[in-house]
Design a protein around this ligand. Sequence first.
Ligand code: BGC
Length: 758
Amino acid sequence: MDIEKLISEMTLEEKASLLSGADFWHTKAVERLGIPATMVSDGPHGLRKQDEAADHLGINDSIKAVCFPAACATAASFDRDLLRKVGEAVGDACQHENLCVILGPAVNIKRSPLCGRNFEYFSEDPLLAGELATALISGVQSRNVGTSIKHFAGNNQEHRRMSSDSVIDERTLREIYLPAFEKAVKEVQPWTVMCSYNRLNGEYASQNHWLLTELLRDEWGFDGYVMSDWGAVSDRVKGVAAGMDLEMPGSGGSNDARIVEAVKSGELKMSDVDRSVRRILRIVDRFETNRKPDTPWDMEAQHELAGKLAAECMVLLKNEDDILPLKKTEKLAVIGRFAGQPRYQGGGSSHINSFKVTSLLEALEGEAEFTYAQGYDVEGEEPDEALIEEAVEAASKADKAIIIAGLPDAFESEGYDRTHMRMPRCQNELILRVSRANPNTVVVLYNGSPVQMPWIHDVKGVIEGYLGGQAVGAATKMVLFGEVNPCGRLPESFPLQLEDNPSFLSYGGEGNTAVYTEGIFVGYRYYDKKKMEVLFPFGYGLSYTSFSYSNLLLSAENITDMDELSVSVDVTNTGKLPGKEVVQLYVGAPAGDIFRPVRELRAFEKVYLEPGETKTVTMKLGKRAFAYWNTKIHDWFVMSGDYSIQIGRSSRDIALCRGVLVKGTAEEPKEPVTPDSIFLDLEKDSLAMELLEPILAKVRESLGAGDEDGGEDAAVSDEMAEAMRRYMPLRSMISFGAETTYNAIKTLADEINKLRKS
Ligand code: BGC
């Protein structure tokens, strides 16, 4: 496709029309010029390709497809290869179905357990979200199919999702809410980016020039096109100028006409329109010239893959007395409606029309001796006494009771937020009653976001299965029986109660204004700093084997922020079964003027080990691992000092730790000296102190006379006098015997500033 030639041949009307969808899912064709339409489709954990009645909320049926585990689950794998495999499988399906772009991954940070779409998002941690999204994107795009990383940006709640203004300070944006997008864009160039519905710091994402052009393109180098979330466009003309290329779905031509008018009136530059046309055509061309329509889509094989992958995502939260893995000889009571009809995905635009679903009951057929009891209903919360009694009866006759519980669809979904973290009362009551009837009770949870577990001390085993995709039953069986050794780790903290969450006081916002008051202290960054007890910490997860760590080595003890630090550690499987461990590397910053979390995840590796085997895991840390976003220089900045390199089993369980002295090479610009500068700050500057010395000598002299020093019961202790001195502004010297004037001090301050520059 000769894109420049096509642009030169297109009329303004044709160009404007290309900048919005033909319908819900297609870009427009320009037949006269041979420009084909392309189709986009929801995902990202499978295809939601709608052939006929189209909608963006998952209401109407889409074609039969394969539902892989949702992002809440795949995040728990901490496994880049796994995400890449999902991506490749989905990419193949897209080629088979002639889909140019799959709409995902969604990398918004889990600010609160309440967000209705948490099940579609990866983590509370930006590094984990970014690494996994990057792997997924590279998998899809290896099949020459595009992705649309979403929802850009600051879209962390469903409440008022199309109007809310996320007010996020600069540092918090850079450190928490943007890095997952940044990493993916810089490393694997998603073909498209989907802007979010919300406003960000006062401006809709769909017309936010800073976000879509200055940051995304000028700073990060994004070279694909930006499309709107479905219906996110407010002022289309402003959007084109801001860099929002494709409006989805179309506006029935009305916004196209506005673009034409705006160009004619001079309100919008033709070059801005051309720019968006060019970006869209480049992606159309990229897809069309490498179409692989013969790509097979073996759904059965993908179903099996989905099951294997789901098993690798499950997190073993509790395993008292080694109640798990189960033995084939044990008589089981399998309880809970989700055992027969699993909840394996969330509601809304990511909803897949699965071609088949494997429940735990189906997976167990012929493989174990069990009785089944439904235990609860998914409609309503009231405990059903008859169902509970039936379950208790089954449990009391079994060796072990396995309860499959979790959140029903209505409890979490796209479109609205939760108001609490509870599981339905009927399920909590069931778990309690069954655990009393059989002390060997295990709970498996199917849910997309953290729940409270009032029964945690009453049961011996808990598996967090998240929303494991259509083969979740097979995966659950594999983990329960130890065919797969559980190796998932929590990609988010589970607080004891909702009120503990750092965003609790401001989540959802007031009216249309949602101020992110907790700043960078999201998830474990907050709980760890506050030393708060949590139900389960970030990064936590057990295994049927055990691991030990030794030999933490750093490539240097002393580096600058331009160097790369190589960190290696030996991990040994000290148990009897093969298994996978997630080695988590956290970095803790030295104390200083800037608020920093106790530790932040800066690298991780998943490693497979046979019993008795030891492997050395090596991870690299660059400048960003030590840096924070400095709002004075508007850049990443490394404070010089002693950083701690921590190897953890979770953010709360640090196995090994070593210090490294890092020298920051950038200079923070000094605040200009004024008469209001205080000594605490002035003392950091030897030049300033030197020039101020004559005045200070006078002050000392004058204060020294008559000041005999207090002794023990003096009103002013030495500490207090020292504190008073440090917090005192320069101008105060005139009142303490400096024998000078305000103007003279001002002149001196100006002189210091001048000398600093020279
Ligand atoms: C969702 C997007 C989705 C789009 C298309 C919107 O409501 O926010 O994530 O891709 O619909 O279905």
